[in-house]
Design a protein around this ligand. Sequence first.
Ligand code: KIV
Ligand code: ZN
Length: 529
Amino acid sequence: MDIAKVLIFDTTLRDGEQSPGATLHTDEKVEIAKQLARLGVDIIEAGFPASSPGDLEAVRRIAREVEGPTICGLARCVKSDIDAAWEAIKDAPKGRIHVFIATSDIHMKHKLRMTREQVIERTREMVSYARSLCEDIEFSPEDAGRSDPEFLYQVLAVAIEAGATTLNIPDTVGYTMPDEFAALIRGIRENVPGIEKAIISVHCHNDLGLATANSLAGVLAGARQVECTINGLGERAGNAALEEVVMALYVRRQYFNLTTNIDTTQIYPTSRMVANYTGMAVQANKAIVGANAFAHEAGIHQDGILKNRLTYEIMDAQTVGRGESTLVLGKHSGRHAFADKLAQMGYHLDEEQLNRAFARFKELADKKKIISERDIEAIVSDEVFQPEEVYSLEHLQVSCGDHAIPTATVALKGPDGQVIIDAAHGTGPVDAVYKAINRIIGVPNRLTEFSVKAVTEGIDAVGEVTIRIEAEADDVANLPVNPQTGKKVYVFSGHGASTDIVVASGRAYMSALNKLLAVKRGKNVQADR
Ligand code: KIV
Ligand code: ZN
């Protein structure tokens, strides 16, 4: 018997990028899209091309460079938006335009200032227009969860008549309960003429922590596409987390009797890549991908696990691409063994990246006897998941203590290959390092977040630092104005890893500053937010 498929529509690069603080530039978006293709998602919503020229360019590059999934661009029910979406996706072997318009009374009255009749007419016109450009059209009635179901049925019927092939039902504000959402999907299946011609999709937000539950309730009621994001990123409290939806369908496959095209072993590497590139750390107790998701602390649990893992584990960590956190490689491991281990962990590095990562591995193996997978992940994210360097950190040296004035000396290699050395003092060693770096680079910015964590236990653990900086943007930048200052700001994240947390902090700062410098020099202009 054939098992029906649920299509996985990933919107990390569109709704996910709308997460406050998640910033991605074009190269990072392309890398994430390639990783999403390896993960096996069916559709990648690569961006909202009308929102900025940078977004359009990022979607266009993904459409041209990423093989496998359908590449989708979002558009309001506005002709110029649809033109921008088409322009961005038209080179993809499989492209989709996703058009949306709000259908709840509150949105129509206060946001759109349109009547029901006008919304129906606009839907008809714009879906037909989009369909005249592209075969694959998705239509979303925004805020469907709070829309009058009878009106919703009418709008959806018109969208199908006009050529929509997928009907996506968003719970835009995360308001519905799972049984209500399931009833809404059933109602649509029973009352919308022509519904058998379209795929029903669900798109749930997590404002009440119900995004995954609502998505799965929608699937049980007949939806066959789920829209989700890696690590549950997304507007406000986020979207349904891809890893949760996929693993629920996988672990409880007898219950759902459904399958997906996802290679579950790619889940964890994808999660790490997205966390590193966006600077949005994953909470330790996050299902599937959090640091503690497979850790057993209580004595009774540890005892049970030792006797039989199934006592307290409903899935094997390896199924989601997480290995055992024990010794994997040591000082004498060669390049070949290191490359093999990376491949097993789901990392696909080019020759030059592999050389850099291997050099860092050797450096670490000299300091630390036991190198775990977590250490290797930290090396990869520090050495490989980094922006192109305008300045690179050559040396860093600090002097500090309870009676000393914290002082740092740094050496940076500049764009012309020249090494520049400077020094500064500060309130602590990290402050001193950042001030010394600023004296060389000279681009004003403000540190807004700083976090440090050890990736493994023990005194010789590698420390990972994640930071966020803000810098004033030009008025012309396509950015919201900060209501407090009346100014536009760029926000960039950076991360770094080392057994020395001051060095990790310096690397993290350089990673954020290099993103800022790239934008200032006119590269990857939509890197901003
Ligand atoms: O949440 C929402 O309604 C959306 C739509 C654009 C689908 O993101
Ligand atoms: Zn959304």
